[in-house]
Design a protein around this ligand. Structure first.
Ligand code: PFF
Length: 463
């Protein structure tokens, strides 16, 4: 006799409402990418001009791919691997398309392995800022604090382990009890924290300068690369290309309108990225500091700036709390494709699967921890450290490849009627327009990003 599906199967679970899906997907989308990466690249690539380009990329590439992922997830009602298998069957296509699901599982693993390490840094900085460690400190002292932290594997592993345990505990409790409860609490708190930080930055004395840095139309700073950077960012920030949205889409109620739902999610993600920039830059400028890049901006320049401000300890701690909340709602989504698959395939207990996945991912993350200290001299292809390699392979190869193939499948492989019915499209003109944007423009846009980022490395390999 066939074993009855256990209650944590994707097919039997649903978000309690359309709004919970919107919040969960926005939680996945809003992460480290919005808060530390977007403000910096917008400022450097033409400010307002870049923001416009970015909006075009979100609309022409991001939204079509997200719609494709969610609609496939809702139609398949399983983990991405099983969804791809089912959809290939109903469309009389090769079951090999399920490789897309496998690529997503692998990408989720790799990304989570380092995401947990970096999120651990944010958690550690909640205490460091709140306890006044940066109060009136010099630039050298703040830089030395970060260097000493990165040089200590034990400390990094401690925070990484704590973050992984929390993530696994949440996802192990299931969609309603785990994911939804976390999202119901964390997302409103994230919005509140961001508003508090915006008010603080508005009164910092540097608001005008920060606003100008982000929104003045500096077309002269826009290059061909800016378009590719905008497209890559649109893609990563919306958590596309690895089946996360497909896995979350499996729990979307039948009556939710996918078009408006996805536009709301993308809108929230964009709004939060813009707000993050407006919360960060004025504080940096108010203290006469230079905008630094990547981790340096978040973990050195910002603590230094907060350290010079009244109530800086409190607001510095709140900023890192915001970053940690954004990271955990993304981290829980990274496990879903693999978790849902294993629960379905082996009819296994969600909690047990979550713990096993967590342990493997944690062990892989040790490679990232060591890349900042004892393995910092060990490099792979292109002179990249272990962390850089994992980051490069997942973000620049697996995600764009996955995204391209997902939209291609949704538009050209699935029966046309099925897509129109899922999207509620009833006019032939609209249907054609949708196929043009989602079936041609979006995959070509991703192809451009893919080739531009992988070409230098690939051409280096042949030489
Ligand atoms: N969207 C997240 C961010 O901007 O940080 C990163 C991410 C989460 C990518 C989940 C992919 C994913 F499946």
């Amino acid at each position: 006799m066939a074993t009855p599906p256990n209650s944590s199967h994707a097919s039997s679970q649903r978000w309690s409402s359309r709004w919970l899906f919107v919040l969960a997907a926005a939680g996945s989308a809003v992460g480290l990418g919005n808060i530390w990466k977007f403000p910096y690249i917008a400022g450097e690539n033409g400010g307002g001009a870049f923001v416009l380009i970015y909006l075009v990329c979100i609309a022409a590439v991001g939204i079509p791919i997200m719609v494709s992922e969610v609609l496939m997830g809702r139609k398949g009602r399983s983990s991405p691997i099983h969804t791809m298998r089912k959809l290939a069957k109903v469309s009389s296509r090769s079951e090999r398309w399920s490789i897309l699901g496998w690529m997503g599982v692998l990408a989720g693993f790799l990304i989570l392995s380092y995401y947990a390490v970096i999120a651990g840094w944010a958690v550690s900085y909640i205490w460091a800022s709140g306890s006044g460690a940066f109060d009136g400190a010099s630039a050298q002292a703040v830089g030395a604090h970060f260097d000493a932290f990165l040089a200590s594997p034990i400390e990094l592993i401690g925070y990484q382990t704590g973050f992984m345990i929390l993530t696994i505990w949440i996802v192990g409790r299931g969609v309603t009890k785990g994911l939804e409860t976390a999202i119901r609490w964390l997302m409103p708190l994230l919005f509140l924290l961001l508003i508090a930080l915006l008010v603080y930055s508005f009164n910092s004395g540097g608001f005008g300068q920060g606003f100008a840095f982000m929104f003045d139309m500096k077309w002269e700073a826009v290059t061909a690369d800016s378009w590719l950077i905008a497209m890559g960012q649109a893609f990563f920030t919306l958590s596309l290309g690895m089946g996360t949205m497909m896995a979350y889409g499996a729990y979307v109620p039948d009556d939710a309108n996918l078009g408006t739902t996805v536009v709301t999610i993308a809108g929230l993600d964009t709004l939060i990225a813009l707000a993050a920039g407006l919360a960060i830059f004025p504080i940096v400028f108010a203290n006469g500091l230079e905008i630094a890049q990547g981790p340096g901006l978040t973990f050195v320049t910002l603590p230094l700036a907060f350290g010079q401000m009244p109530l800086g300890d409190l607001f510095g701690a709140l900023f890192f709390l915001l970053l940690s909340f954004a990271a955990i709602t993304s981290a829980i989504s990274l496990t879903e494709p693999a978790l849902a698959y294993l629960v379905e395939e082996y009819n296994a207990k969600r909690q047990r699967v979550a713990i096993s996945l967590g342990i493997i991912c944690w062990a892989l993350g040790l490679g990232t921890v060591f890349s900042f200290n004892i393995w910092s001299d060990i490099t792979f292809v292109g002179g990249l450290t272990f962390f850089d390699t994992v980051d490069y392979f997942s973000q620049n190869i697996l995600l764009p490849l996955g995204g391209m193939l997902i939209t291609f499948f949704a538009i050209w492989m699935l029966p046309k009627g099925l897509v129109d019915q899922q999207l509620g499209i009833d006019s032939p003109k609209l249907s054609l327009g949708w196929r043009l944007v989602a079936g041609i423009i979006a995959p070509l846009g991703v192809l451009a990003v893919f080739l531009s980022t992988t070409w230098p490395l690939l051409s280096g390999l042949w030489q």
